[in-house]
Design a protein around this ligand. Sequence first.
Ligand code: ASP
Length: 335
Amino acid sequence: MKLLILYTGGTIGMVAQRDGSLVPFHSDALRANVPDLARLAAEVDCRSLGQPKDSSHVGPDDWRAMADALWAARDEFDGFVVLHGTDTMAYSASALSFMLGGSFGKPVVLTGSQVPLGVLRSDGRDNLLTSLEIAMLRDAQGGPQVREVTVFFENRLFRGNRVYKHSARQFDAFHSPNYPELGRSGVELVLHRKRLWQPDLGEGRRTALNANVAVATLTPGMTEASLRAMLLGSGAHGVILQTLGSGNAPAWPWLAAVLTEAGAQGVRLAHVSQCRAASTAPSNYASGKVIQDAGVWESGGMTLEAAVVKMMLVLALEPGMQHAAWAASWAGERD
Ligand code: ASP
């Protein structure tokens, strides 16, 4: 069995210099920092994706580079672990889940750490080794058990496009409130098979995206001028509105007109809830009706991160195909 670690940067890849300052290590230093890699019953290769980056600096070009690197190595390896900073891991995991498409069909586990590998108390060692073990899991026919893009952090495996970074302090950095964990590592490594995504192996890659997407949060007291500026004056081609509760909006008399005007000017609008544990399926409340009536796209239980990335990919499609593409589930990212 052959596994590839794709190292992109983040806290996990930091080691202390003599003076105590932390610097990113080169991928060659991984074996020195995690000698237990040699004990895995797999051949492990480690490749860097350019200069290691703080994930705050990771964006659409990096997602493309990661997806290309994974596709280029797909036939050579049985499973993949991507070492990534936590700050934007949820965006990259969403992007990879959509961009690789169902035909990738092999385990991809993103992980990182809250404390650098070069520090004694690091959570990175366990996160890395368990992620590799997850990528090694086979079914009775010898095929991979996990055939989707996942995030493993502090004992729990999640669908990658369902997580958000919840804590910058605790080891359990990620939560997935709208989809249950796919697995857990305790005394045993347990996967919940029925929760795993069964990819359509005929579904191709997605490469084109239009990154001109903005996010507008509806907050009490917001002025018409502010919302207009975001929806109509920002030049954004797509906007994700963060609505309240299960998809509600304040009773602003001007809201319907602003939404309709943006739609008429070709700005694509979708909404997710400001509540992390929520779904924006058609609202039962009168205060949600204005959003529905303006034709703002529903997101089900999608995360903000998945919605932003999906909007970028949808905007690259022919206008007539965009709504149907948004409404379809691409990688189990919505209910
Ligand atoms: N700023 C770091 C990053 O996202 C934080 C981390 O890795 O935990 O790259």
